[in-house]
Design a protein around this ligand. Sequence first.
Ligand SMILES: C[S@@+](CC[C@H](N)C(=O)[O-])C[C@H]1O[C@@H](n2cnc3c(N)ncnc32)[C@H](O)[C@@H]1O
Length: 287
Amino acid sequence: MSDYDPADDSKKCYDVAISALRQEGIANGTITPWKRKEVIGDCTLYLGDCLEIMPVLDLVDHVISDPPYEASLHASKNSLSGRVRTDKGPDLKGLNFAPIDDTRGTVVRLVAETCQGWAMFFCTVEGVARWADVINPSRLKYKRACIWIKPDSTPQLNGQGPAQGAECIVTAWAGSGHARWNAGGKRGVYTHCVNGPKRHGAHPTEKPVSLMAELLRDFTNPGQTILDPFMGSGTTGVACVKMGRKFTGIELDPDYFEIACERIREAYRQPDMFVKPAPKAVQEGFL
Ligand SMILES: C[S@@+](CC[C@H](N)C(=O)[O-])C[C@H]1O[C@@H](n2cnc3c(N)ncnc32)[C@H](O)[C@@H]1O
């Protein structure tokens, strides 16, 4: 007996036709590729699919992004979700978005077309080579993977081997000439707790604001525009507000988008955490 299902086949044909019409509409400007756009101070946030939105954005200075991880990590995180932790750490939540495997090449192509400086992608240690494999044939110049050490990462709850204690940040240069950063000969090693006191807690893979701020300080300059096409709950944007950078963020999930908007509004309301106010002018005595 054949597996052919005419209803399923016609639904797939319908989806392909709608998607083609949508791409044509976006390309000729009759459809906006986002569902919502919020401008908050120097931050512009889009609700929608970054694969559709990035092609219509202006150029940005840098891309610093925490995309979905590989399917293997999504599977292991989802299998842990809901388990009771014995180390009093926060509850483990599953990942309700698709892994990066099928779209990584497209993401790198779009970032290469949009970015004029550093392009940086968080990933697992195992994911570094996969990012390098798609970056190397592109316009981006692969530099190296930095390491984020997580002293308080989730322990290996089944005790069957070492827990994951670090993540990587793949860095590539999209600018002209030599790559430039602000940290001289510093090693690309960043140590920040996952569950610091400033953790917001609504997103299962939230990055520490302090980590994003250190990356901004090392790789970018005040006034530049940073794009995070996978902004989740908006941590990169919060750090940009605190560090005096402009921010463009894209998020597919409406709930995370709402949280990102609220966190960025809140970041503008709070006094600066990282930017030191300029010292008050003091009248020196005349000689
Ligand atoms: C690893 S999380 C980012 C978490 C973020 N760094 C934070 O601190 O909250 C990746 C995010 O990308 C979003 N996402 C996945 N595919 C997307 C796409 N095609 N366009 C825009 N956002 C997407 C997911 O919904 C998820 O929130």
